[in-house]
Design a protein around this ligand. Structure first.
Ligand SMILES: CC(C)(COP(=O)(O)OP(=O)(O)OC[C@H]1O[C@@H](n2cnc3c(N)ncnc32)[C@H](O)[C@@H]1OP(=O)(O)O)[C@@H](O)C(=O)NCCC(=O)NCCS
Length: 211
């Protein structure tokens, strides 16, 4: 019993240490290959992926934070309003600007247009170290060009690099397009997900990465 408790403590210690190490990097995406950072879409657009801590965006590129928030509002407000969670813009903005937030920004290289973004965090979730994908949003103009898939692949590479057990995300049950997309990317119901017969408006999906 004592030994089991000690082992549990050791596991949690490892999980926290790994999360701390990933979060202490100035750029946790330095492990990505050139092909993962810059790629050509199915419509022949060159897209670059750049990583920022939210604090850096606030200081240097506050317009990107405003764009991200309006994109979430445009893409998601209706979905939130259609389920029991409702839409709370202030709470969403606060969540997006919490200090632990990291961002991957997808830009169209030709004209510097902002094409999409991912808000992710390294966290201990139910005692396990994970990359938590808080948000994945692509501008309507840039959808179905595999940008979302490339971003998820980059997250999975980061998860592996920093020895996180899995990439985890929350998806609304009524967002069938996103459910199809994540399943296409190899994600499935996480053990912590509310079951189909439960009344919650969301599922938790995940994909194992390390160990
Ligand atoms: C979900 C989302 C991030 C996917 O990004 P994307 O860059 O369009 O994704 P990809 O091009 O890599 O893959 C698209 C795949 O998603 C699925 N998909 C896309 N549109 C779909 C649709 N209308 N119906 C069913 N599946 C669809 C398909 O598997 C599709 O592949 P295909 O376009 O080749 O048929 C993007 O559609 C989006 O931003 N949606 C609005 C915001 C959102 O719902 N975010 C997820 C919150 S959890």
């Amino acid at each position: 019993m004592k030994r089991a408790r000690k082992a549990m403590g050791g596991r949690l210690y490892t999980a926290e240490r790994r999360v701390q190490e990933a979060n202490s990097q100035s750029d946790p995406t330095s492990c990505l290959t050139a092909e993962q950072r810059v790629f050509t879409t199915s419509k022949d657009r060159e897209i670059t992926l750049e990583c920022f801590r939210v604090g850096t965006l606030r200081e240097r590129e506050p317009h990107i934070i405003e764009w991200m928030f309006t994109l979430v509002e445009r893409n998601m407000k209706e979905h939130y309003e259609a389920c029991s969670w409702g839409w709370n813009g202030k709470a969403k903005y606060n969540e997006m600007t919490e200090p632990d937030a990291w961002y991957l920004i997808a830009k169209d290289y030709a004209n510097s247009s902002l094409a999409g973004f991912c808000h992710f965090r390294f966290v201990v979730d139910y005692g396990v170290e994970v990359v938590y994908c808080y948000e994945l949003q692509v501008e309507a103009l840039y959808r179905s060009e595999q940008i979302g898939r490339r971003v998820m692949a980059a997250l999975e590479a980061l998860s592996l690099q920093w020895k996180m057990k899995k990439v985890v995300l929350t998806v609304l049950r009524l967002n069938q397009r996103a459910i199809n997309f994540y399943m296409d990317c190899g994600y499935t119901y996480d053990e912590t997900s509310p079951a189909r017969e439960e009344p919650e408006p969301h599922y938790i999906f995940s994909k194992p990465t390390f160990g």
